[in-house]
Design a protein around this ligand. Structure first.
Ligand code: TRP
Length: 359
């Protein structure tokens, strides 16, 4: 019996703290689904963390371990999928250099995701040289694995678009792929790189508990996957429903962010419709009555995540995580080294394999 190799998927997170519900509905859910069918690589972008926090190496290390715990808690299966540590995949750093020469400096600086980040983090014009470079690095993160899909939140789509441009340019310059070749035909036309597609989750942008901005750790409006049932309850109960009204006055569903959560997290859609109906009519429905089933639904989603997380919270937890990182990264390097060798061959840089020069 022959088995065709599974197509690959790559995505990653920058270790900046714990994951929240926005990550879950934006990308994690897709990852869990994809790992059933594809060969998945989940990258810890710890190098990228240094682009804005080079003065915080201890924090970056702790966040790196913590994010793996979040992944495992969600159901990422390290037997099936690879957990990959960016700083131990040298092919990524090398490809970053080659790719940086295939994209105009000003094109990188116009990347809207970088601009948003500069504003959100208040970086002004003091950011490091490495900060915008990370966008090129992200092209290398992805292309090192020659994946077909990249599951990400909406904010990352601009990066994936840049990655697609780099892949097309590389295939054209070094593999003789005609410029008019369709994206899906680049690989069969002899390109080293397939043109990967971004895959955004069912909710690309989840509103935070402030009801205004996107859920984000730095905006203090996040419900974390590791929050206790009590914390979830407290955060939802503190949400402003968008209007002040008495339970017997008609309410506007559309301006109440609690209903966004109801739509996303409550499985019983008929029940949600009934709640909305009563709310609109002012049928004696207080905000607490809308919030209670939302709290319950979120806790129901988080309960198994909390239970799996507990396995890694003991004193051996960090060692277990490090073992998983080592095993996954080793498997990942086999793919990334193969990609790098193919890329260098195409660039007429094939003078011998690594062993020739390191031995
Ligand atoms: N920049 C991404 C984020 O901040 C993380 C990331 C790094 C990534 N490399 C990647 C995502 C490759 C997808 C593919 O969320």
């Amino acid at each position: 019996m022959t088995t065709t190799p599974r197509e690959r998927v790559l995505t990653g997170d920058t270790p900046t703290g714990r994951l929240h519900l926005g990550h879950y509905v934006g990308s994690i859910e897709n990852r869990l689904r994809l790992q059933e069918e594809y060969e998945c690589y989940f990258l810890l972008a710890n190098m990228h963390a240094f682009t804005t926090r080079s003065d915080k190496p201890d924090d970056i290390r702790a966040d790196t371990i913590e994010i793996v715990k979040d992944w495992l808690a969600c159901g990422i299966d390290p037997e099936r999928s690879c957990v990959v540590l960016q700083t131990e995949v040298p092919a990524i750093a090398e490809l970053t250099w080659y790719f940086s020469m295939l994209i105009a400096f000003n094109r990188v600086m116009r990347n809207p995701t970088l601009k948003t980040e500069i504003d959100a983090k208040g970086l002004g014009d003091h950011y490091s040289f490495g900060f915008p470079l990370y966008a090129v690095g992200q092209c290398a993160d992805i292309l090192a694995f020659r994946p077909v899909h990249v599951p990400v939140g909406e904010d990352q789509v601009a990066h994936i678009e840049m990655c697609r441009e780099v892949a097309r340019k590389f295939n054209h310059l070094y593999c003789g792929v005609d410029q008019h070749t369709l994206d899906e035909e680049h690989h069969t036309a002899g390109g080293v790189f397939p043109i990967p597609a971004a895959l955004v989750g069912k909710v690309g942008r989840l509103v935070g508990t402030d009801g205004k901005q996107k859920m984000s750790k730095s905006l203090n409006n996040a419900i974390f996957l590791s929050d206790t049932p009590k914390e979830v309850k407290k955060k939802i109960n503190a949400m402003y429903p968008g209007q002040s009204r008495n339970p017997d006055e008609p309410g506007i569903v559309e301006i109440n962010p609690v209903f966004d959560y109801a739509d996303i997290f409550i499985k019983d859609t008929a029940m949600v419709e009934e709640l909305k109906d009563r709310y609109r009519r002012g049928d004696n429905l207080g905000d607490g009555h809308v919030k209670a089933p939302v709290i319950e639904a979120i806790n129901e989603l988080l309960d198994p995540i909390r239970a799996r997380r507990a396995q890694y919270e003991g004193k051996d937890g960090n060692d277990m995580v490090i073992d998983i990182i080592r095993a996954g990264t080793k498997r990942a390097n086999a793919v990334a080294e193969d990609t790098l060798a193919r890329a260098k061959e195409a660039m007429r840089l094939g003078f011998g394999d690594r062993a020739t020069f390191l031995g």
